[in-house]
Design a protein around this ligand. Structure first.
Ligand code: ZN
Length: 355
C-alpha cells in the first residue's frame, strides 16, 4: 500500500482515485506547476549539440535549475566518474519552456544525467533523465536513451529498428516523438512520466503483416531484452500491426498505434473494436465475457451499468467509450477511458512493487 501511495503521489494523483474529479486544482489562486523534460537529439553522437528542455503542462513556475553530470561508460557497461554534477543554468521567473544547449556535445562513450529542479507555489519537484551518447560501447545491449527510474520498478520499453528503415535518423527522430507526442501527450500516461524508461536496440528486427500469419522476426540479441516489459519494432512499410510473442509493431510515424499496441504489450489490455483480440483480465479488465460482468464492474471505475456495451458482433462487452485508445490505432493519440486508466495504474503499480 505504501508503494501505491508513493506512486500516486509521484504521479500527482489524489486519492480516492476512482470516479473522483481532480478538484484540488482549485484550492489556491496559484497553481502548482506540472512540467516535463526532454533532450534532443534523443541519442546524440559525441559531437552533436544537445538541447535540454523543460516544458510546462500547467501551473506557475517561479524558478528552474538545471544540473548535469557526465559519466564514462566502459565496454561492460560500468560507469565511472567523468565530471561531478554541476549547476549549468538557473532561470528565475522563467518564460516556459526553458532550454539549454551543450555546444559540441558530451563526447563519446558517455552517460549524461540531467536534472531539472522546478519550483513554484511551494512545490519543488525534480525530473532526472539519463541518456547515452552514440555509439554506445556495450555490445548487443539496449541503449538507454530516456531513463527516469530503477529498471526493476518502472516500465521499460525498447525501440527496435526494422531492417526496412534505411535512414537511421528517421528512426531516432521517431523514438523522440513517441516519447514526447505519444507517452507524454496522452493525459493519463503523462502522469506516469517518471514510470517509463525508454531504450534503443542496436540490432534490427523485422515486422510482418498480421494477415500473413507470420510472427515478427526478433533481433539476434533478443535474450538481452528480457528486462523490458515492452519491445516494439518501428517499421516504414505500412502493415496491419499486432502484438505477439513478446514484441509488437508500429509504423514509425503512428503515435496512436504505439499507444494502442503498448496497451496490449505493457499494460495487458484487450482490444475494444469488433474483430480484435478479446479476453477478460482477472484484474482491472477492459473487456468482459458477459453483459452482467460489465454492469457489475461499472461502479469500480466511476461508471454506471448503463455504460456497458457490446463490442460489435463479438461476444464481449466493454465499459469504455468509442474514443478510448484501445478502440483506435493510427496517427493520432486518443485518451484512454476510465477502465483502461485503472488497468494502466494497476500495471504500473505492479511494477513499482517489483512484480
Ligand atoms: Zn478502454
Amino acid at each position: 500500500m505504501k508503494e501505491r501511495r508513493n506512486l500516486l503521489a509521484r504521479a500527482g494523483i489524489k486519492q480516492p482515485l476512482l470516479g473522483m474529479a481532480l478538484l484540488a486544482t482549485f484550492a489556491s489562486c496559484k497553481e502548482k506547476p506540472e512540467t516535463f523534460v526532454i533532450h534532443s537529439p534523443i541519442y546524440p553522437t559525441g559531437s552533436n549539440n544537445v538541447t535540454l528542455t523543460c516544458r510546462k503542462i500547467s501551473g506557475d513556475v517561479e524558478n528552474v535549475k538545471l544540473y548535469v553530470m557526465v559519466s564514462n561508460v566502459s565496454s561492460t557497461g560500468v560507469l565511472s566518474s567523468s565530471s561531478p554534477e554541476a549547476l549549468v543554468q538557473e532561470w528565475s521567473s522563467p518564460t516556459m519552456p526553458v532550454s539549454y544547449t551543450k555546444s559540441g556535445g558530451y563526447g563519446t562513450n558517455k552517460l549524461v544525467k540531467y536534472r531539472f529542479v522546478v519550483k513554484g507555489n511551494d512545490k519543488t519537484y525534480t525530473h532526472t533523465v539519463s541518456f547515452a551518447t552514440r555509439p554506445y560501447p556495450v555490445a548487443n545491449q539496449a541503449i538507454p536513451v530516456y531513463c527516469v527510474g530503477d529498471k526493476d520498478k518502472v516500465m521499460n520499453l525498447v525501440f527496435i529498428p526494422d531492417s526496412d528503415i534505411d535512414v537511421m535518423d528517421t528512426f531516432y527522430n521517431a523514438v523522440q516523438l513517441d516519447i514526447t507526442d505519444a507517452f507524454q501527450k496522452e493525459d493519463w500516461l503523462r502522469r506516469f512520466r517518471k514510470s517509463h524508461n525508454f531504450y534503443i536496440n542496436p540490432v534490427t528486427g523485422h515486422a510482418h503483416d498480421y494477415d500473413t500469419g507470420e510472427p515478427h522476426d526478433k533481433p539476434s540479441n533478443w535474450s538481452n531484452l528480457s528486462f523490458a516489459q515492452g519491445k516494439v519494432i518501428l517499421h516504414k512499410t505500412v502493415l496491419r500491426d499486432f502484438a505477439g510473442g513478446g514484441v509488437f509493431s508500429t509504423e514509425y510515424f503512428n503515435r496512436g498505434t504505439i499507444l494502442h499496441e503498448s496497451g496490449h504489450g505493457l499494460y495487458g489490455m484487450a482490444d475494444e473494436y469488433s474483430g480484435g483480440s478479446h479476453w477478460q483480465a482477472e484484474e482491472k479488465p477492459n473487456n468482459f465475457t458477459s453483459l452482467a460482468n460489465a454492469q457489475n464492474y461499472a461502479p469500480n471505475v466511476g461508471l454506471q451499468s448503463s455504460d456497458a456495451n457490446k463490442i460489435g458482433s463479438d461476444n464481449f462487452w466493454e465499459l469504455c467509450n468509442d474514443s478510448c485508445m484501445m478502440d483506435k490505432t493510427g496517427l493520432n493519440v486518443w485518451p484512454y477511458f476510465s477502465p483502461c486508466r485503472n488497468r494502466i495504474l494497476y500495471a504500473i503499480t505492479q511494477r513499482a512493487n517489483g512484480n
